[in-house]
Design a protein around this ligand. Structure first.
Ligand code: NIG
Ligand code: FE
Length: 407
């Protein structure tokens, strides 16, 4: 049996004796830490921990000395689009020169541009491109990741994306959840006829996804110029029959009532929320639906940040994720997400760490196995380089403080 004893850990962070689903409101300010700690991992499962004065003394275990280092649960990135082809550096420069994200999309750039590229990319090539992004985020401490389709926008190419995600799931030890986001944009062939596109996704794609077991969740971009609340409800109702739980894009540019629709269909998460009104907050209370903020998307697009203070101070939970995608966030760095949440959204480091680990795990349905240092959970851990404390990760931004990821 493989047993590893991590010794002399400067701080063992996010230690929860009881497995809890998530933290909300005031609870988010509390990040349980053991200073100068040890941690025992048996066959990849957390088996025990404590402070160094109680450290097991024998030579039965493989020992790893973590002197000066912080050990934490690996990041749980609950919202990404890392399966895509090429890049959108052209859009990036257009935006610098004054065009808005919406104007670029109206000119046929944006998501449609990425879809064209992906349609002309082979499954093998797409797998290779996506794999290099997966490896890149693992280097940055991510140990669980949700990945969406949504750059195919035809039955064939959406299925191609989902098959790539399935292969990544099978081939790599990182925890992966898969989300069907066929309703990400209205493809050119359906211009002015979003109803027919939704109909096609329901009739042609959903049954095939169920047959090949290609997705865990359903997503839709509920937004002016994309899909309405009525489209959202129709798709979520159809997906429910196949057991797909919603995790949806809402309130990025406009609040059009998507939050209420999401909660009605028992969504696991509502993501973006750069705009959120009081009514949305009331609807989310005690719903089990987790709000998810994507601060590096706001940073990249220069749009408002999700009002974390308003959300948390109302007693709600909040998760943080990257949104890694070619158009609005070409970066999968959870360390930068945590730093940005502290700097721009006024989250405390404790709130941000909770949002990126325990709450992130809930936001992708892996909270029973991941997201905290709890006996019986999987030891998906990150070990930092020698740093002052976990606060360094949020404070000293733009630097990779992660030395290794254990899966
Ligand atoms: O989450 N908002 C919708 N989808 C992505 C951006 C997609 C793109 O521009 O390629 C997002 O930000
Ligand atoms: Fe997204």
């Amino acid at each position: 049996m493989m047993i590893i004893l991590y010794k002399n850990i400067k701080q063992l962070v996010q230690v929860r004796d009881e497995g809890i689903a998530y933290v909300q409101g005031q609870e988010m300010k509390d990040l349980p830490v053991i200073e100068n700690a040890w941690l025992l991992v048996k066959e990849g499962i957390i088996s025990d921990y404590g402070s160094m004065d109680t450290c097991p003394q024998n030579n039965l275990y493989e020992e790893i000395d973590c002197i000066g280092r912080v050990v934490m649960p690996a990041w749980c990135d609950s919202h990404t689009h890392i399966v895509y082809a090429g890049n959108r550096e052209g859009d990036f420069v257009d935006r610098i020169n004054g065009l808005s994200y919406e104007q670029i999309a109206e000119r046929g750039g944006g998501i449609l541009n990425s879809a064209k590229l992906l349609q002309n990319t082979s499954e093998e090539d797409l797998y290779e491109q996506s794999l290099s992004r997966l490896k890149e985020v693992m280097e940055l401490g991510t140990g669980a990741i949700e990945i969406k389709s949504g750059y195919g926008l035809t039955a064939e190419s959406e299925l191609k994306m989902l098959r790539v995600i399935k292969r990544l799931k099978e081939d790599y030890p990182i925890a992966i959840k898969s989300t069907f986001l066929g309703a990400h944009a209205i493809p050119e062939e359906y211009n002015g006829n979003a109803d027919a596109y939704i109909e096609m996704l329901i009739k042609e794609v959903l049954p095939q996804i169920a047959k090949e077991d290609l997705a865990d969740y359903i997503d839709i971009f509920c937004e002016k110029g994309y899909f309405s609340v009525a489209h959202t409800e129709k798709l979520l109702a159809a997906a429910q029959k196949y057991g797909l739980v919603p995790k949806i894009h809402v309130n990025q540019f406009n609040a059009i009532g998507g939050v209420a629709a999401a909660v009605k269909y028992k969504a696991l998460t509502v993501d973006h929320l750069e705009l959120i009104n009081d009514e949305d907050i009331e609807i989310l209370k005690n719903s089990g639906t987790m709000p998810v903020a994507l601060p590096t998307c706001s940073f990249f697009l220069s749009i408002p940040y999700t009002p974390a203070r308003k959300i948390i101070d109302a007693g709600l939970p909040l998760a943080l994720a990257t949104d890694y995608n070619p158009g609005s966030t070409p970066s999968g760095n959870m360390n930068l997400v945590v730093a940005t949440a502290c700097i721009k959204m006024k989250m405390t480091p404790e709130e941000a760490m909770n949002a990126a680990t325990l709450n992130g795990a809930y936001a992708m349905g892996v909270q029973k196995e991941l997201g905290s240092i709890t006996k019986g959970k999987k030891a998906h851990l990150m070990i930092t380089k020698p740093i002052h404390s976990y606060v360094t990760i949020a404070y000293s931004f733009g630097v990779n403080h992660i030395e290794s990821l254990m899966l």
